[in-house]
Design a protein around this ligand. Sequence first.
Ligand code: KIV
Length: 275
Amino acid sequence: MPQTLYGGTRNRRVTVRDLALAKERGEKWPMLTAYDAMTASVFDEAGIPVLLVGDSAGNCHLGYETTVPVTLDQMTMLTAAVVRGTEQALVVADLPFGSYQEGEVQALRSATRLIKEAGAGAVKLEGGERSADQIALLVRSGIPVMAHIGLTPQSVHAMGYRVQGRGEEAADGLMRDAKAVQDAGAFAVVLEMVPAPVAAEVTRALHVPTVGIGAGADCDAQVLVWTDMAGLTPGKLPRFVKRYAELRGALGEAAHAFAQDVVDGSFPAAEHSYA
Ligand code: KIV
């Protein structure tokens, strides 16, 4: 058994039980999104224990403006690629908008595709009390569920992209949501764009891990969208993002250098050619 989730040696995939034990030990862990096999293999080799095939693929991979248009077929294809590219990470696949809101049976049918066809180890869905019935049936059916409360991007047309849980009433609502998804059986809860003190209180109140994104330092885990954290996403990013690389600039420079070499005839050189 690995002693730690990150940095431990392991010859099997991370399980939801490993995450529960990490919370008991007070160990924090990182989660990144991934949408393709090659990028996922880089993160897997780096020891990231949980990879989320987020429906942020809509904005970051598929060219949509929001996550709303992403389909279950697309999520199934992207998830299968991430599973093929990894050996150790727990792969969590997002249920996209419209694939679970009708009720428990629709949620089970959709989640089953992500588990059976794509090979995900768990699914994630948005919503607190409003999604508790769906979570309960999935968990009863043997499908681990990560919940997602606070800012829920699939509801962008109703709530916009604003901090959630500000003020006493909203903070109480967030706590109710967190407890509802835990009681329904979720193994972890994403808290998105929530004031840090509120997220800290929720983290203390739950026995399952919280995964923060824009929710301060006291969550049990932290997630970032990989294209944001690696500096590939263009334009202004939310305040909660830290950029750990500047891939957009590096890729652009590589493309310019290649183009220049082709134009001036220096590529391909003799060593790139067959005699
Ligand atoms: O889709 C996604 O990438 C997510 C994370 C931002 C948590 O839901």
